[in-house]
Design a binder for this molecule. Structure first.
Ligand code: IFM
Length: 483
């Protein structure tokens, strides 16, 4: 058996055997004690390309919208950029050592489209592909399942110049890119995610204007949502055409939407916003239909740029669903229109009575349980993976160099207990990824918000130090229960 063949069989061990595991898990679920997880549960950690890789212009990489956006004055706290970030492009072996130190068996990372197609179209850049080839092989050698996301927000700038996600053609470009990746790594990577948090990036990038490319145009946002759904369909088909055995999922950020008061207006606003945020992507992808009651029915097709036949094109019969959970969302009715026709709402993540993380987000573990139960009504029997959950706490090393982050441990403990309860109550969750493996570039917040289990010293060659929470999480993964 040559090395590549060995890695392929490693891939089988690290990933393909998930279906039998899941059956086992479903069997065991009802018998779980509080804080326990089913046998074979996958423990992991997550990162994303722009947030950790650095090497923003190496080996033929093209410019992404984030490479451009961070240069605009005032967009990113302290003027930070992801040019170097955690330097994972050069230090991925150190990152894998961190995963191993934490007894983790799954690594969720993302692929930078601009390393593969520098301008978003055309032939693959061999040096960019080679990086993900090396990363994949090194993970498999370490017995860790690679779980790549194709799109974690770093659109090639050239595609943005052609209209970005509001331009329907971007869905076809995404499918070309997905096909390249499926052909290049589908022999060793079995589980693929199409998108990360379609809701967050379309709302923040095209509606609120706080993420790259910084557009504030509610109508462009609506078009973007539909192109992203078309790209789910086209990307799914492209991966399956590249290799019919691939298991294809996508990652959705979900959150219970709680009315600010009990008034009928606030309740209606929360309900509409919940549909726009929690269901707007997963529902069309699984059913071919958008949720009713968000856009005025007569205008919906025009607002989305919907064409006849799209009910088939958006469909992707996902093999698994990734869910990210951080906090709840409070919603109130507003006198002003949000820019989206028919939607008069104000939204706030941090006005509840609960304790907050350092980012100011409400800590609400019950919401994790609630949203899993409600999403299961949409996703049915499909396996779910928690693809992100975590908290920003900005603890620094003490005099001995150790990082004590008891609040992160408390946050994770409470959320894992809620997750264990949801699994015991029948939600088919097969894995959990903490956000994040390490401190990294937190988008508009730059390096000011630290989500990592690992401390990264950005002033000292990106030196990595496991935090107290990492040692705790390692014990959880080894014991397969909350400790
Ligand atoms: O850092 C982000 C990640 O890129 C997507 N999900 C939320 C995280 C914390 O804000």
């Amino acid at each position: 058996m040559d090395r590549r063949e060995m890695l392929k069989s490693g891939a089988a061990a690290a990933g393909v055997a998930l279906l039998p595991q899941l059956a086992l898990a479903a069997d065991a679920a009802g018998k779980l004690k509080p804080g326990e997880f089913p046998p074979g549960f996958l423990w992991g950690a997550a990162t994303a390309a722009y947030q950790v890789e650095g090497a923003y212009n190496e080996d033929g990489k093209g410019e992404s919208v984030w490479d451009r956006f961070v240069l605009a004055p005032g967009k990113i706290k302290n003027g930070d950029t992801g040019n170097v970030a955690c330097d994972s492009y050069h230090r991925y072996r150190d990152d894998i050592a961190l995963l191993r130190a934490m007894n983790l068996k799954s690594y969720r990372f993302s692929i930078a489209w601009t390393r593969i197609q520098p301008n978003g179209t055309g032939a693959a850049n061999a040096r960019g592909l080679a990086y993900y080839d090396r990363l994949t092989d090194a993970l498999l050698e370490a017995g860790i399942r690679p779980l790549p996301t194709l799109y974690h927000w770093d659109l090639p700038q050239e595609l943005e110049d052609r209209g970005g996600w509001p331009n329907r053609d971007t869905a076809a470009r995404f499918a070309d890119y997905a096909a390249i990746m499926g052909r290049a790594l589908g022999d060793r990577i079995n589980n693929w995610s199409l998108f990360n948090e379609s809701k967050a990036f379309t709302q923040l990038s095209y509606w609120q204007g706080v993420f790259a490319p910084g557009r504030k145009d509610a109508l462009a946002f609506l078009k973007a949502t539909h192109t992203v759904n078309l790209a789910h369909g086209s990307g799914y088909r492209a991966l399956k055409a590249a290799n019919a055995k691939l298991q294809v999922g996508s990652v959705y950020d979900v959150s219970p939407h709680i009315p600010a008061t009990d008034s009928p207006a606030d309740r209606a606003a929360a309900e509409a916003m919940a549909k726009l945020s929690n269901l707007w992507f997963v529902a069309p992808v699984l059913t071919g239909r958008y949720p009713d009651g968000v856009l005025p029915a007569q205008q919906q097709a025009a607002l989305l740029g919907w064409q006849s036949g799209d009910e088939q094109l958006v469909r992707a019969d996902l093999d698994f669903v990734g869910l990210n959970y951080y906090s709840m969302t409070r919603v109130a009715a507003s006198a002003q229109n949000s820019g989206v026709p028919g939607l008069n709402v104000t939204v706030d993540w941090a006005v509840g009575p609960d304790e907050k993380t350092d980012f100011g987000w409400d800590i609400y573990p019950q919401g994790f349980y609630d949203i899993l139960k409600s999403m299961q009504q949409v996703t049915g029997k499909r396996p779910i993976e928690i693809t992100e959950n975590g908290a920003a706490y900005n603890n620094k090393p003490d005099a001995t160099g150790q990082i004590h982050d008891p609040k992160r441990i408390a946050y994770l403990r409470a959320h894992l207990n809620a997750l264990s309860r949801a699994i015991a109550d029948g939600v088919p969750v097969r894995g959990y990824h903490c956000w994040s493996l390490m401190d990294n570039f937190e988008w508009a917040q730059g390096y000011s918000q630290r989500f990592g289990l690992t401390y990264v010293d950005f002033d000292n060659h990106q030196q990595r130090t496991l935090k107290e929470s990492a040692y705790w999480y390692a014990k959880v993964a080894a014991a397969n229960r909350v400790v």
